[in-house]
Design a protein around this ligand. Structure first.
Ligand SMILES: Cc1ncc(COP(=O)(O)O)c(C=O)c1O
Length: 415
């Protein structure tokens, strides 16, 4: 197996998320170099090392996109991408209900309204359910590449093109995944990634967005930097064409850039390590009756970071979970089996101030309501997809084999 095998079995590194588990002397040296340069801003300083700019260029090359822009978080990347795509008050954005709160939250913050569509057995957006949610107010589709699994982007793009909708991909949990050989984030108009501490690569906090389109990129740059475009320190050779508009500050500093750049250079090792372990698990449980792995949409493109089994009904899933516990392994239901529209801030349509409330805005003439039963297929799936474990590139072969045995024993108890 790829990855480093020399860690002691009780090392806390074994429990860290993928990117965090790979932090070592390389990141330390790059961060020290930035401090010694006394140039902590990407835009000025006596001896800039251009960590953030180099990260952006290498990230764009890695995913095969024209442009990449580093920002301060995955949430910032979502927000800047939505702004660049023109999402604002009065708009509806179609979102899957199995995701982190940041996905619908970023829509709401911009004054737009999230509309939820079903997921399929992969737990990603079901492209066949999108059309039934489209209204004259729909501006964009917001697929989420969940738990390392790519969405079926070919079908999603067909629906988007037919209805002339923008597509913003939430890639926060799946940096490095591909669908049909093409990196996620490059199928839609914009792709947004996270480098928060729990992610595939990490700089503690951080995000990056990609686009093929020069105008979307320029809008994103301007929004993330108070409306300005600093030609000297942004993409080489890019000539801005838009007028300035009011923006925010989501700029990334050089210390974060140094860590992000170093982590990016480890991504193949991370992804290979995850996939090798997942494939060993998959092969090990293939012949066990009653046991099925959550579909991945693309067996070559998913990351294999989040190992789930899918059962025919919630009751069997619960019995399997009990049996796993009896064999020494605790399991979990994703997001506590609760769709994101049941989170109180979405369910009760609460924003920080009434003026910022998109559901009550005079610009909005729809009537979005959330509650139990909104996406019944998704609610059912959330109770019959069982997380066995999530892994990092250090996960030992021996533990994979132990898990295979536990699944086999649990299956023989249940079926
Ligand atoms: C699906 C999804 N979208 C967006 C985010 C937000 O990323 P960040 O925490 O970097 O703001 C996350 C983070 O957990 C996520 O899982």
């Amino acid at each position: 197996m790829a990855g480093k095998q020399s860690l002691p079995s009780d090392s806390p590194v074994r429990k860290l998320h993928p990117g965090a588990s790979m932090l070592d002397e390389e990141e330390v040296q790059e961060v020290l170099a930035v401090i010694k340069s006394r140039s902590l801003s990407r835009d000025y300083g006596p001896d800039r090392l251009d960590m953030v700019s180099r990260f952006e260029q290498e990230f764009a090359n890695k995913v095969g996109s024209n442009y990449a822009l580093a920002v301060t978080s995955g949430t910032a990347a979502l927000k800047v991408a939505l702004v660049a795509a023109g999402v604002g008050p009065g708009d509806e954005v179609i979102v899957p209900p199995v995701t982190f709160i940041a996905t619908p939250g970023s829509v709401v913050i911009l004054g737009a309204v999230p509309i939820f569509c079903e997921v399929d057995e992969s737990m990603t957006m079901d492209p066949e359910d999108i059309e039934s949610k489209i209204t004259p107010r729909t501006r964009a589709i917001f697929p989420v590449h969940l738990w390392g699994t790519p969405c079926r982007m070919d079908r999603i793009m067909e629906v988007a093109k037919k209805h002339n909708l923008k597509v913003i991909e939430d890639c926060a949990q799946s940096t490095g995944a591909t669908f049909k050989g093409r990196p996620i984030g490059t199928w839609g108009d914009l792709g947004a990634f996270s480098m928060q501490f729990g992610k595939i690569i990490t700089s503690g906090e951080g995000g990056v967005l990609v686009s093929e389109d020069a105008e979307l990129y320029e809008r994103a740059v301007r929004y993330h930097d108070q409306g300005s475009f600093r030609e000297k320190t942004r993409f080489p050779g890019f000539t801005p064409t838009l007028d300035p508009f009011v923006g925010e500050n989501f700029r990334v500093g050089e210390l974060t850039g140094a860590v992000a750049l170093t982590q990016l250079r480890k991504i193949d090792q991370i992804v290979n390590g995850l996939r090798e372990r997942f494939n060993r698990f998959k092969e090990g449980i293939e012949d066990i009756p009653g046991v099925r792995i959550r579909p991945t949409n693309d067996d070559d493109g998913h990351l294999g970071v989040h190992w789930d089994l899918i059962f025919d009904d919630a009751e069997t899933c619960a019995r399997f979970s009990d049996a796993m516990r009896a064999h020494g392994h605790s399991t979990a239901l994703g997001y506590g089996a609760s769709p994101v529209y049941m989170r109180p801030q979405i369910l009760n349509q609460k924003t920080a101030s009434p003026q910022a409330n998109p559901w009550q805005s005079p610009a909005y003439d729809g009537d979005a309501k959330y509650g139990k039963g909104l996406c019944p297929r998704t609610e059912d799936l959330l109770r019959r997809v069982l997380l066995i474990t999530s892994v990092n590139p250090w996960y030992p072969e021996g533990k994979v084999d132990e898990l295979i045995d536990a699944v086999r024993n649990a299956a023989s108890d249940v079926f």
